[in-house]
Design a protein around this ligand. Sequence first.
Ligand SMILES: Nc1ncnc2c1ncn2[C@@H]1O[C@H](COP(=O)(O)OP(=O)(O)OP(=O)(O)O)[C@@H](O)[C@H]1O
Ligand SMILES: [Mg+2]
Length: 232
Amino acid sequence: MEKVNLEYISIIGHEMRTPLTSIRGYLSMILEGDMGDISPEARKALNHCYDSSVRLIKLVNDVLVLSKIENGKMEYYPSKIEITEFLKSVYNDIFIEAEEKKIDVKIEIDKNLKQKNIFYDENRLKQVFINLISNALKFTDLGGEVIIKASLKGNNVIFEIIDNGVGIAKEELEKIFEKFSQASCDLQRLNNCGLGIGLALVKNILKDFKSQINVKSEVGKGSNFYFELNLA
Ligand SMILES: Nc1ncnc2c1ncn2[C@@H]1O[C@H](COP(=O)(O)OP(=O)(O)OP(=O)(O)O)[C@@H](O)[C@H]1O
Ligand SMILES: [Mg+2]
């Protein structure tokens, strides 16, 4: 699709973000019981609404950031990030989605990385992880496993997001990083496909971090998305 389309979506995105955030906020208040008791049936329905609003907000944010990067308007605000704490906060953002799919998410951090820091824009780095992990969850069957791994390599840290899901065919591997490209979405059991911009965003953010996203994958076995960042 053309660049102009992304710009168009990003204008709508700006308009959508405020009402969406308000919907999510009210839903969360209702779910927390601030407005009185709710029946288990209502809770289930409201949980679905809450999840959908979270998904939409993620989509809107992804489009807005990608559009900014493409137009050279992105500004980064690096700060010191403690690796272990950061990965814990990423886990907090995704564990509900993982629990719903009964996928076991493990975090494996090299013991030499304890209390080590990196220096990047935390919000954008989180967007990288959330996109890679939500892909891993989306393309892995119920009961699968996702590993978030950090290992030390010289003065760098290698992050890996590993799943044992559907995997990606060799001929698709290069295309998946282009926006609006989706490989496994024609598989009937995966009705959960998005817009196809997540990996384009990941690639662009990491490029601005002077890094690069890589992938190893085998159909039917799973995928491993990995990248390196400098230690602070
Ligand atoms: N962990 C994975 N396992 C299998 N296929 C994957 C995985 N991650 C990405 N893909 C493939 O790459 C395509 C592009 O991924 P991308 O994150 O850009 O788009 P999406 O997840 O479909 O939509 P969006 O992220 O915009 O909601 C996916 O549609 C899927 O075909
Ligand atoms: Mg995605």
